[in-house]
Design a protein around this ligand. Sequence first.
Ligand code: FE
Ligand code: FE
Ligand code: ZN
Length: 277
Amino acid sequence: MLRIGCHLSSSKGFLAMGKEAVKIGANTFQFFTRNPRGGKAKALDPEDIAAYLDYAGEHGLDQILAHAPYILNACAKDEGLRQFAYDTVCDDLGRLEYIPNAMYNFHPGSHVKQGVETGIQYISDMLNRINEKEYQSVILLETMAGKGTEIGRNFEELREIIDRVEDSSRLGVCMDTCHVFDGGYDIAEHLEQTVEEFDRVIGLERLKAMHLNDSMNGLGSHKDRHEKIGEGNIGLPAFRAIVTHPRLRHLPFFLETPNDLEGYQREIALLRKEAET
Ligand code: FE
Ligand code: FE
Ligand code: ZN
């Protein structure tokens, strides 16, 4: 069965997210570990987590994806900002220890005029430091659209980060369809080529999740504006091809389209139908 869900607000806690997911036909979901623009995370509520885990077990929510706040920049020029990124990620991963099998997705960062090489080094430095803590969650690097000086604008940059992490056994990649399309990979017309390219450069065994978003902009636009499924430049046939692809269909899929819950419910139903036919 297709594993699909969407991004949910974490403000009411885990049990509330689990119930919301089930209500809209999802069997997984993504959430921000804290306010995406930063700030302190709410204190963990052990009762909420215990209730969520029971509920998740009963309703087949087996694996969820946490998303780091996007203001983090692991390759900032300022050492204090890099330390802040490290501290935040550690704090997040410490919380995720209570959720078995969770994965943690983050945007590699923006090198802001320091150059790609320096950026990649800082990001892998952080990952090496995090590894010392031996958290259980698999960490995912998200493929980026290449807006501004974003690192991760192509598969090679992610490969380079992974190569510089001493123990990369718990490191994976989350492919965002809008980002790779905006980054210049034509998944609309040539999905197979993109899958092969990913396999050649990174290795498909590293691909652990996908963000399903259509794109408001064109191939290679480096813009990163998400659109509803089938209403952007990627188009529904490409999403059908993704969720039925023999090497992708086992992945958990997460919608981050501009939608309310009813919109997500419709898109989940649509993609489930596409996957069956
Ligand atoms: Fe993201
Ligand atoms: Fe994304
Ligand atoms: Zn995006």
